[in-house]
Design a protein around this ligand. Structure first.
Ligand code: F6P
Length: 368
């Protein structure tokens, strides 16, 4: 008996979402099922904006950034009444399974929508796919969009490094990551930056300034030929980047006296540039594979699960199992994902503790 699968993208878009939409649609259609695309995330769901999807709608979208379904951050979804309305819309449209592609907020919405205390025995099967350039979702090794964002940052850093070298300048480059420094950390390694500043390290403003000044002075002492310094700073570090630059300039003036005018600092905030663009081959692959596993899970009656990609740590007992459709993917209990994500963002999980200290030993290595 043909089933109806609805697909929705929500929260900050991320490159590779379209690959997931495409794969889920094509697998469902190939198996004789019907697919509806929900436009504009949970907001569109409340307004009944569900449109039929088929091969024609998804054929060319694999290489496109953003999301063809559009996205939104929907505050109204925090109210039970709105979620009642959403369940009503899905029931009326005959939906059997709902796939939500998004980050922590979007998966929280899906967990509430499917909460048996609220939804009773509502039959719609709910499956989440992690998509967030920040990689701030627990129990998955990667979320859709992280690889593209990292490549964009590395390309930008390479360009900035050219001009920084030419002028022997210091650049503080701010990258996205509201609650999580993952992108800053990995792109610092991949771009060969001199240092990385991220919220998990919990450094005071004074410590941040001192570490940048120490790096600048060390580089200038060690390298006569090229005195550029690139520091990558996560958006989530509480000190605003322009303020950090001013404090660094003031400290340099204090410690170097008259020479400080030779040491120039500049700031580049990459902002939303990091979130756009065509997905890398890896994000196309990741989106496609997670989309494939998600739609099969929904059709097989799995419920309140997130499809995860190679979790970085062993999953807690009873929380998830390897997908039978793809050995790189796991189906993980959705409420457990949210609980672990909370701990990750509060710095309380083993992974968070590792991330916080992973660079402690490396500070001097980065300086070489
Ligand atoms: O999607 C996550 C994220 O990119 C964060 O890194 C950033 O702080 C936030 O979204 C920006 O959101 P918005 O586009 O709604 O301003």
């Amino acid at each position: 008996m043909p089933k109806t699968i609805a697909i929705l993208t929500s929260g900050g878009d991320s490159p590779g979402m379209n690959a997931a939409i495409r794969a889920a649609t094509m697998v469902a259609v190939a198996k004789g099922h019907r697919v509806l695309g929900v436009r504009q995330g949970y907001r569109g769901l409340l307004e009944g904006e569900l449109v039929p999807m088929g091969a024609d709608q998804v054929n060319e979208i694999l290489r496109e950034g953003g999301t063809i379904l559009h996205s939104a951050r929907c505050r109204r979804f925090h109210d039970v009444a709105s979620r009642d309305q959403a369940r009503e819309v899905l029931t009326q449209r005959g939906v059997d399974g709902l796939i939500v592609i998004g980050g922590n907020g979007s998966l929280t919405g899906l967990t509430l929508l499917s909460d048996p205390n609220e939804a009773g025995d509502w039959p719609v099967r709910c499956i989440g796919i992690p998509a967030s350039i920040d990689n701030d979702i627990a129990l998955t090794g990667l979320a859709i969009g992280v690889d593209t964002a990292m490549n964009t940052i590395v390309e930008a850093c390479d360009r900035i490094a050219d001009t920084a070298s030419a002028h022997d300048r210091t650049f503080i480059i701010e990258v996205m990551g509201r609650d999580c420094g993952y992108l800053a950390m990995t792109s610092a390694i991949a771009s060969g930056a001199n240092m990385v500043l991220f919220p998990e390290a919990s450094r005071t403003e004074e410590e941040l300034v001192s570490s940048i000044v120490k790096t600048i002075l060390t580089v200038r002492e060690r390298h006569r030929e090229n005195q550029k310094v690139v520091a990558i700073k996560a958006e989530g570090v509480p000190t605003p980047t322009e303020r950090l630059k001013s404090l660094v300039d003031a400290k340099l003036a204090e410690v170097t006296g008259e020479d400080h005018e030779d040491i120039e600092t500049r700031v580049t905030v990459l902002g939303h540039v990091v979130r756009g663009g065509r997905p890398t081959a890896f994000d196309r692959l990741l989106g496609s594979r997670l989309g494939n596993v998600a739609v099969r899970a929904a059709l097989e009656g799995e419920h309140r699960k997130m499809v995860s990609w190679l979790p970085p740590m062993d999953l807690p007992e009873g929380v998830g199992s390897r997908s039978t459709a793809d050995p790189y993917c796991y189906l993980v209990d959705l409420p457990a994902v949210l609980a672990a994500t909370k701990l990750l963002l509060e710095g309380q999980s083993p992974l968070a503790r590792w991330r916080a200290t992973a660079f402690d030993d490396l500070e001097d290595v980065f300086l070489l």
